[in-house]
Design a protein around this ligand. Structure first.
Ligand code: AMP
Ligand code: GLY
Length: 435
């Protein structure tokens, strides 16, 4: 069968790569894809991004099913459009995607269903927001309501910083429509983890736990990014915490959405803050796989993943069990000069194997911002590559990933040298991970 994967980042490369290993899959179109998917023998890049054109392509080509990577086409209603034409697709509808596309929707939903999250209030008026912050004190968190490509959250250490963020989001229209409402919520202390599941409207199939590193620089310093590296499993998520997340956050969310008549189908990603006592709270929901979490997660799936997605689309996820590689997968992101503020494009990438993206078994270089031009690979975005490996421990995976990374170079490249450090210190304390 032929499949369509929508998107062109590292997450979509990893998803398509895992799907390509299913024996029944002949070909995967990746729209628009990247320089890495262009180099995969089972894949073909499709230079289209409009949802109407994608639906026409899926119908004309007899695509068995489509999987959507990024949030933008979901928020634009790609799932609704495909379903209206009886084209099988895995992802949430536009209404369900509000869990990610509107922070206010997500917060109000969590409040209605008693899902643990930070206390909050929503504002459209800048002065009222400023007064609230002054009364509440700092640290406090200011969030633009809509999709802002990861730039809409300010964790303010002082009241003045919070008020400046409010002015920027509500005053200057710097965020356009995304900033016309702000959510202001209490600061939560703890450690973050990513908890991603597949949902078919009522059943939930959990993916392996993971953790990413959001800050640009070593020691979790510097500006926030989309993610500079990730690993799976996350030792932070003990079996007890895993059970609590499912019981207190994931199940109530999927059941609550169904009860409200907007059944959630697709990948559901809860960004968690786990406090010192082991209580998980939801920081946010995403209605998609995380990037770069997907890269290590896809490395660890052993099941026939195309079949799993067919079950998800059919509403029979209760009949599936996922088989996982018990080892740890760890991915290190190589980013472009100037990322995240102003990434430079067009730098030539050297050192990748001539045909393909693997340096040997248990090693994959997933591409994100790359293009192939005249036989050369060039950078074309902020996050360029994610070197991902499987090994018996986090420490070994880390060592191997950095060994592989030494082969690759491009002008202005940047990467963190400490991906996995939290898991390594936690392992040293001898705690066990779930999933
Ligand atoms: P979000 O897009 O809502 O996940 O926010 C981006 C990042 O901001 C998160 O990954 C956290 O590091 C941080 N953050 C968001 N909300 C809070 C909060 N209530 N308390 C502390 N940190 C937060
Ligand atoms: N790595 C975080 C995200 O995908 O949102």
């Amino acid at each position: 069968m032929k499949l369509l994967v929508v998107g062109g980042g590292g997450r979509e490369h990893a998803l398509a790569w895992r799907l390509a290993q299913s024996p029944r899959v002949q070909k995967i179109y990746v729209a628009p894809g990247n320089g890495g998917t262009a180099r995969e023998s089972a894949m073909e890049n499709l230079p289209i991004t409009g949802i109407e054109e994608l639906a026409r392509f899926a119908a004309d080509e007899g695509i068995a099913f489509t999987v959507v990577g990024p949030e933008a086409p979901l928020a634009a209603g790609i799932v609704d459009l495909f379903r209206s034409r009886e084209l099988p697709i895995f992802g949430p509808t536009q209404a369900a995607a509000q869990l990610e596309s509107s922070k206010d929707f997500a917060k109000a939903f969590m409040r209605r269903h008693g899902i643990p999250t930070a206390d909050y209030q929503t504002f459209t008026d800048a002065q009222a927001a400023r007064d609230y912050v002054a009364a509440r004190g700092a640290p406090i968190v200011v969030k633009a309501d809509g999709l802002a490509a990861g730039k809409g959250v300010v964790v303010a250490q002082t009241v003045a910083q919070a008020q400046a963020a409010i002015d920027a989001m509500l005053g200057d229209a710097a965020f356009g429509a995304a900033g016309s409402r702000v959510v202001i919520e209490d600061f939560l202390a703890g450690e973050e983890a990513s908890f991603i599941v597949m949902a078919d409207g009522s059943n939930v199939l959990t993916l392996a736990t993971s953790q990413d590193h959001k800050r640009l620089l070593d020691g979790d310093q510097g500006p926030n990014t989309g993610g500079m590296g990730a690993y799976s499993p996350a030792p932070l998520v003990t079996p007890e915490i895993y059970a609590r997340v499912l019981r207190e956050i994931i199940r109530p969310t999927v059941e609550g959405m169904a009860a409200e008549g907007i059944a959630f189908t697709g990948f559901l990603y809860a960004g968690l803050m786990i406090d010192a006592a082991g209580k998980p709270r939801a920081l946010e929901f995403n209605c998609r796989l995380g990037d770069p979490e997907a890269q290590p997660i896809m490395m660890r799936i052993k099941s026939d993943y195309a079949t799993v997605i067919e079950h998800a689309i059919a509403g029979t996820l209760d009949q599936v069990e996922l088989e996982w590689d018990r080892r740890t997968a760890l991915g290190v992101v190589m980013s472009a000069h100037g990322y995240p503020a102003d990434p430079r494009k067009g730098d030539r990438i050297d050192g990748l194997p001539a045909n393909g993206n693997s340096f040997g078994s248990d090693t994959m270089v997933f591409h994100a911002g790359t293009v192939e031009r005249d036989g050369h690979l060039l950078t074309s975005g902020g996050r360029v590559l994610c070197v991902t490996v499987l090994a018996d421990s986090v420490k070994m995976a880390q060592g191997r990933a950095y060994e592989v990374l030494q082969h690759i170079s491009f002008d202005g490249m940047h990467f963190r040298r400490d991906i996995g450090h939290r898991a390594i210190s936690r392992r040293a304390e001898g705690r066990q991970a779930q999933g």
